[in-house]
Design a protein around this ligand. Structure first.
Ligand code: 6OD
Length: 487
């Protein structure tokens, strides 16, 4: 088996060496833990070519049930190799054992199982047609795969978000070119090994490694790529959108967020404090769904803010493998610079720091890593850049509101539209407010509680299209209408 110290591309059923490699850095201590291949244009051509051959080969001859049984084998093998996935994800991202073993890795296998099961029942439509001229016809649709799908996945939930796209794409009969983020390629490499081990036919799943700036455009502009699905920053989404325009490819984008939590006077304050702490600090704030703005009703503001601050101050930051540690470092030094620049901007703009605001000091190797303090600020206007731009770190800004209409307008005052969490025990209030928020996802008295059948995605700068359940199956399929005249 290939070792994780050198990650190669996987093309047409083979792990292939590249001429260029770059360093894989552990964000815990800044040390180099391996080398990652940079695919050449020639290798990308090979991957696309082999995916096209596979589309017309054994893969297309398999029944939906055979295909979906094979995807269950992928899930089973991922579970058997779960410890390797956990170690690889922790080493690439620095995220805590607690998080990797409860969220990231179990969801990898769950994505394959869920979409394999849903695809078995993905059916077409039928219409009996009668025209005004008295003609009759039977119209029905057949779902065909989109073709060769490029999956471009991010570094924050590497395995979870790669498999969230690879699984439904394969379940619908497509062939895939997976390009994971250059920051976090290891679990994608393990996934390629699993595909190989369980006998996914050559060319059906290809792994292209490399830096987005070097290989991204070549993949998305490739005339042999039939669709592009991407999760990541809104700016990158804008760039991909331009790059696919020439070949008019279908796209599915899940992009950034500037998400709010609303804590009403009717909230259960214990649940709200724990929930907002979780939605702000999970994965060191590096989830597109994380809360960055908290609106709390004036009547409970003082108590809520004091308790949220105390909770943030007690968060255990440290080595990812320590079971008591909740959050590890940010993913990279570059990303930490970005987040720290917002801490500085907040300071310059006159924000009051209730906790955090800097970099923790460990007096050991972790000082060479990418750690940052969980931070809560207040005192800035809604229009301030800190409250308008996605930071993607462990920080939230808290402000006070007085009434429902006011808070709805303030929450909607953002170019993003991904997720909002509402905290209230008054169900009528929840039902009334939830649909008025301009987002794709509203959680009430919870956050990031997932049903893989539900529509998932955002509006405005937060994305295009929906994934999950029939929405994913629909993106990864081309319905063909067949119209038969009945005499
Ligand atoms: O849970 C999911 O399916 C999902 N797409 C999560 C996205 C998180 C973004 O950072």
């Amino acid at each position: 088996m290939e070792k994780l110290s050198q990650l190669h591309c996987y093309i047409n059923g083979e792990f292939v060496a590249s001429t260029h490699y770059f360093d894989n850095i552990n964000p815990v201590n800044g040390q180099v833990i391996g080398q990652i291949a940079e695919a050449s244009p020639h290798q990308i051509d090979d991957a696309v070519q082999s995916a096209h051959s596979a589309l017309n080969g054994e893969w297309s001859k398999m029944s939906v049930n055979q295909r979906c049984d094979l995807l269950h084998k992928v899930a089973d093998r991922m579970v058997e190799r779960q410890q390797e996935f956990i170690q690889a994800e922790m080493a690439d991202t620095g995220k805590s054992l607690h998080q990797v073993s409860t969220i990231d890795i179990p969801r990898g296998a769950a994505n394959f199982r869920a979409f394999a099961d849903m695809a078995r029942y993905h059916h077409g439509e039928t219409f009996l047609t009668e025209t005004p001229l008295g003609e009759k016809a039977l119209n029905y649709s057949v779902n065909k795969p989109l073709g060769v799908v490029a999956v471009i996945s991010p570094w924050n939930l590497p395995l979870l978000l790669a498999t969230w796209k690879v699984a439904p794409a394969l379940a619908c009969g497509n062939c895939v070119i997976l390009k994971p983020s250059e920051e976090t390629s290891s679990t994608a490499f393990l996934l390629a090994q699993v595909m190989d081990e369980v006998g996914v036919p050559n060319g059906v799943f290809n792994l292209i490694l490399g830096r987005g700036s070097q290989v991204g455009d070549y993949i998305t502009q490739h005339t042999g790529v039939d669709g592009v699905t991407f999760t990541g920053a809104s700016k990158t989404g804008q760039h991909i959108m331009q790059s696919v325009a020439q070949t008019v490819k279908p796209i599915s984008f899940e992009l950034g967020g500037k998400n709010s939590a609303i804590v009403f006077a009717q909230a259960d304050i214990d649940k709200a404090v724990a929930g907002v702490a979780r939605s702000t600090f999970t994965n060191c704030g590096q989830v597109c769904l994380c809360t960055e703005k908290v609106y709390v009703h004036r009547s409970i503001a003082q108590a809520f803010i004091a308790r949220l601050t105390a909770t943030a101050q007690q968060i255990n930051i440290g080595y990812p493998e320590d079971p008591d540690v909740l959050i590890g470092p940010l993913v990279s030094k570059t990303h930490r610079e970005k987040v720290l620049s917002y801490y500085q901007l907040a300071r310059d703009e006159g924000a009051q720091f209730l906790c955090g605001g800097g970099v923790p000091n460990f007096d050991d190797e972790r000082d060479q890593g990418c750690y940052i303090e969980p931070t809560i600020i207040t005192g800035l206007s809604d229009d301030n850049r800190v409250n308008q731009e996605e930071i993607f770190g462990p920080i939230c800004h808290v402000s006070v509101f007085d009434d429902e209409d006011e808070v709805i307008a303030r929450v909607n005052n953002t170019p993003y539209g991904l997720a909002t969490a509402i905290w209230t025990e008054n169900l009528s209030q929840a039902h009334r407010v939830a649909p008025q928020i301009d987002v794709g996802l509203v959680w009430v008295n919870t956050w990031f509680l997932r049903d893989l059948r539900a529509p998932f995605g955002g509006v405005k700068l937060s994305g295009i299209g929906r994934e999950g359940g029939k929405h994913s199956l629909s993106f990864y399929s081309e319905p063909v209408n067949i119209c038969i005249k009945v005499d």
